[in-house]
Ligand binder design. Structure first.
Ligand code: SF4
Length: 243
């Protein structure tokens, strides 16, 4: 089978442990106001690739990727669940560490068999929790956070290592109360191994202009590094308090 791939980045250092081949999947059901990759939204775009073709790219840089591995990101890789599972299955067969960068938005217990098959071949999940408040999550992404939070619960049951990602956006997520609620919520999960808090920036503006899409956060200031550091401290403090 083939998957629809937006692009592949070699020697990535921010999408999981070590040096990694990062595979950007095409297709995403969310419409996050701060999305950097609106060109990945459509499931129609990208290039059709086989697992063998992707792993050929990996093999070209193989000595560098030892200690790292492959990361599937997007877009939303879970939109192409079958292909993603095939990619990770073959990667595992070759001893390659696999990481899924996801919003968890397509997760439901009804699809448990499919998610179990994926979990068997996925070493690490980087779960992007976009907003802890459901009503605010809907405003920010166009969907409820219910599936994402349920996916986190499922991954805890599986004792699957998770890194949480959270983007701080002034006036939206950069709010002491929301950050404290997020910390208190995720604090109960012992499988969370890292917390990555990223400051919102508007570098994608140009891309929106090129695509002829209005940029939704044109009136929102960027967050600073210090904002993100402080936000992370609030989340961690409340994680500890909830334990
Ligand atoms: S989940 Fe990621 S790719 Fe999808 S809209 Fe949000 S930021 Fe963009």
């Amino acid at each position: 089978m083939t998957g629809r791939i937006h692009s592949i980045e070699t020697f990535g250092t921010v999408d999981g442990p070590g040096i990694r081949l990062t595979v950007f999947f095409q297709g995403c059901p969310l419409r996050c106001l701060y999305c950097h990759n609106p060109d990945t939204w459509s499931l129609e775009g990208g290039t059709e690739m086989t697992v063998a073709e992707i792993l050929e790219e990996y093999e070209k840089g193989e000595p560098f990727y030892r200690g790292g591995g492959i990361t599937a990101t997007g877009g939303e890789p879970l939109m192409q669940m079958e292909f993603l599972t095939e990619l990770f299955t073959e990667s595992h067969r070759r001893g390659i560490h696999t990481c899924l960068d996801t919003s968890g938005i397509t997760f439901t217990r009804e699809k448990k068999n499919d998610f179990d098959a994926l979990a068997d071949v996925c070493d690490l999940v980087m779960l992007d929790i976009k907003h802890i408040d459901d009503a605010e999550h809907k405003k920010l992404t166009s969907a409820s956070n219910r599936n994402a939070l349920e996916y986190l619960a499922y991954l805890a049951e599986k004792d699957k290592p998770v890194w949480i990602r959270h983007v701080t956006v002034p006036g939206i997520t950069l709010d002491d109360e929301y950050l404290a609620r997020l910390g208190a919520y995720i604090g109960k999960y012992k499988n969370i191994k890292a917390l990555d808090v990223l400051p919102y920036h508007s570098m994608a503006k140009k891309k929106y202009e090129r695509m002829g899409i209005p940029y939704p956060l044109s009136d929102t200031p960027e967050a600073t590094r210090e904002d993100a550091v402080r936000a992370r401290e609030i989340i961690i403090k409340n994680m500890k308090l909830s334990r």
